[in-house]
Design a protein around this ligand. Structure first.
Ligand SMILES: *Cc1c(COP(=O)(O)O)cnc(C)c1O
Length: 433
């Protein structure tokens, strides 16, 4: 931001527009440019050496950092109240780098069963190849998380609002379990975004996002981000998080947690994970997501308002068996939603059709304004039948535990006029008869 010395501390909507992005120093360009370059000229040999030795911050090569990406990182860190952030190629890449930084072969972590289906696959299958072992627990019952922790457990992973069921998770209670066990709490804040919920205020240590969804907001780019809340004491921790605390041979014996203090986790993800595994975000995608974030507060308010209206409307329909939306006053989850997400419960929710699997498939095919696709967090309204698509690879039992049973339809409600969305659902439900 330009000189704000006399102004009060900027609030959320101001940060969404300004954080991380001053007019371009060399050209005066007001909007952050797309720095479409692979590398950067060094001032001289000493400058080059200090950048490579992590003695100075600066651009070397776009696999590791890029000025458009840096503006995006600063903005999301500001919105989440974190100390630093690292933007990467996708939400899954963000999760991969977080665990690569925390775990060694043979280590364990506890994850909620109520997660995005892709995360369930990533943890169950690909992570096994690294001998990173997931133990599953019920996010609605923190005691089961506690019970799943062993001597080898190095982290807990949950979503703040769980995909696909729209369940608001009790972050303060889960954070208490993490603190008692001396391990960091990782929160996937994709569905809530920092507009609806700031996990750091409820005890998260690390936040991840699929920026593909609401942060970008327009369904036009894949991206992910890791936010370091700066809260976890790596040096004093009961476990040895080697990447953070051991002498790093690739940086002249530097100990990252000692050198970088409360933003060491973000640095470690960048200088070890991103450097060596390579899932860098394209500058163009960083630019599109940065632009999307400027309207995040407006969009999330409208998404939540429309979703609540549709959830109420569906709840009264004879074809509908149940509606799972934390924003409904009748939901058993409404108390937590009001406490943790006072501005709204987000865009994504599920409902069950009395006609089961067949009706779910038919409804999805009958909708005209809602797009049938595997995504959420677009300004356009989206629909999917998880059992036949996103959650197809899971077993029946896993599907039901994840809130994606055979009769379940998931909506990601957009920002269109709600009367048009209701009319579309009405004609598609009528066609079921
Ligand atoms: C989409 C999604 C992811 C994965 O993100 P990608 O950008 O698709 O890699 C992770 N978590 C949640 C909650 C998601 O919705």
């Amino acid at each position: 931001m330009t000189d704000g010395a006399d102004l009060p501390t900027p609030q959320f909507s101001t940060l969404a527009v300004h954080a991380g992005a001053a007019p371009d120093a060399s050209t005066g360009a007001r909007v952050t440019p797309i720095y479409q370059t692979a590398s950067y000229v060094f001032n001289d040999a000493d400058h080059a050496a200090s950048l490579f030795g992590l003695e100075a911050f600066g651009n070397i090569y776009t696999r590791i950092m890029n000025p458009t990406q840096a503006a995006l990182e600063e903005r999301v860190a500001a919105l989440e109240g974190g100390t630093a952030a690292l933007a990467v190629a996708s939400g899954h890449a963000a999760q991969f780098l977080v665990f690569h930084t925390l775990l060694e072969p043979g280590d364990e972590f506890v994850a909620a069963t109520q997660l995005y289906g892709g995360s369930v696959n990533q943890f169950n299958h690909s992570f096994k190849k690294f001998d990173w072992n997931v133990a599953w627990a019920d996010a609605t019952n923190p005691d089961t998380i506690q019970a799943a922790i062993t001597d080898k457990t190095k982290a807990i992973f949950v979503e703040s609002i769980a995909n696909p069921g729209g369940l608001v998770v009790d972050l303060p209670a889960i954070s208490a379990v993490a603190k008692a066990a001396g391990i960091p709490l990782i929160v996937d804040n994709t569905l809530a975004t920092p507009y609806l919920c700031q996990p750091k205020q409820h005890g998260a240590d690390i936040i991840v996002h699929s920026m593909t969804k609401f942060l970008g907001g327009h369904g036009n780019s894949i991206g992910g981000i890791i936010v370091d809340c700066g809260t976890f004491d790596w040096l004093g921790a009961k476990h040895r998080y080697k990447t953070l605390v051991d002498a790093n041979e690739s940086y002249g014996g530097m100990k990252l947690a000692e050198t970088f203090g409360n933003f060491a986790f973000a640095i470690a993800c960048r200088v070890m994970g991103l450097r060596d595994l390579g899932p860098a975000i394209a500058p163009m995608n960083a630019f599109l997501i940065l632009t999307g974030i400027e309207t995040l507060p407006l969009r999330m308010a409208k998404h939540s308002e429309n979703a609540l209206a549709l959830a109420q409307w569906l709840d009264a329909r004879p074809e509908v068996d149940w509606v799972s939306y934390a924003g409904l006053a009748s939901s058993s989850n409404n108390g937590l939603a009001t406490k943790l997400c006072p501005k709204g419960s987000g865009a994504v929710f599920t409902f069950g059709l009395k006609g089961g699997y067949e009706a779910g498939v038919k409804l999805v095919e009958g909708l005209k304004l809602f797009s049938h696709l595997a995504n959420i967090g677009d300004v356009r309204s989206l629909v999917i039948h998880p059992a036949s698509t996103t959650h197809r690879q899971l077993t029946d039992e896993q599907r039901i535990r994840a809130g994606a049973g055979p009769d379940v339809v998931r909506l990601s409600v957009g920002i269109e006029d709600v009367a048009d969305l209701t009319a579309d659902l009405e004609q598609a439900l009528a066609a079921l008869a």
